[in-house]
Write a protein that binds this ligand. Structure first.
Ligand code: HPA
Length: 238
């Protein structure tokens, strides 16, 4: 047991998928895994362990934003020895060629700050994905036929962002989409020598102001779960 995860040692698999929403964790575990056991209920941040094609996997909610995700990722690594951590979540698109429901695989994550910024001080650290996971997830997305973009994203501290000037600069520099967790996931994983990746579905568009209706989010979310499970266990084993 750790401070925020009520699981027993051994209850958490080496591979952990991290949706922001704990109810998405429940849905994904019940939909894609066998022999599912609920391993965490502390603060309602549900976590489940089961098997996918014989491989043990945990799906643990991370909450919204980097401070919340950082708590779970630090404890998953330090207390439960998680080796592979993959965020599955939604993002807002920032480029015209990126459409609603498309998948974005985050090669890098720009931020203004993360909970790790205090460590880096004046250093402008570049959080990046694990190459093997990235390569395998692109192959899995192609196999599934999901329209996919690979590149940089922005991990924001705010959903209701008032710094339109920064958004404009990031769009000008080719940033594909905005979410609120990946930069810290990549930084913590790098610090501990673990594999990390973020796979995101476009749920809204910052240029067109379109948004995916709630009833259409499930299918896109399902594609992401399949892509990440294939990436973790299928094409490119470490
Ligand atoms: N901003 C930040 N995070 C998000 C967004 C957004 O527009 N959409 C989904 N996650």
């Amino acid at each position: 047991m750790s401070t925020h995860i009520g699981a027993k040692l051994g209850d958490i698999a080496e591979t952990v998928l991290l949706p922001g929403d704990p109810y998405r964790a429940k849905w994904a575990a019940e939909t894609f895994l066998n022999d599912v056991v609920c391993v965490n209920q502390v603060r309602g941040m549900l976590g489940f362990t089961g098997t996918w094609k014989g491989n043990r996997v945990t799906i643990q909610g991370s909450g919204m934003g980097m401070p919340s995700l950082s708590i779970y990722v630090n404890e998953l690594i330090s207390e439960f020895d998680a080796q592979t951590l993959i965020r599955i979540g939604s993002c807002g698109a920032m480029q015209p060629e990126v459409k609603l429901r498309d998948v974005i695989i985050a090669m890098t994550a720009t931020s203004r700050s993360t909970p790790s910024s205090g460590i880096f001080k004046e250093l402008n650290f570049a959080p990046c994905a694990d190459w093997g996971l990235l390569e395998a997830s692109v192959a899995a997305a192609r196999k599934l036929g999901s329209p996919t973009h690979v590149g940089g994203i922005y991990s924001s501290d705010t959903f209701y962002d008032e710094r339109h000037d920064l958004m404009t600069e990031m769009m000008r520099h080719g940033v594909l989409g905005v979410e609120m967790e990946a930069a810290e996931l990549y930084a913590v994983a790098a610090r501990h020598g673990r594999r990390a990746l973020a796979v995101l579905t476009v749920s809204d568009h910052l240029l067109t102001e379109e948004a995916l209706p709630a009833d259409q989010r499930e299918k896109s979310f399902g594609d992401m779960v399949e892509i990440t499970l294939e990436a973790a266990f299928g094409v490119a084993q470490p």
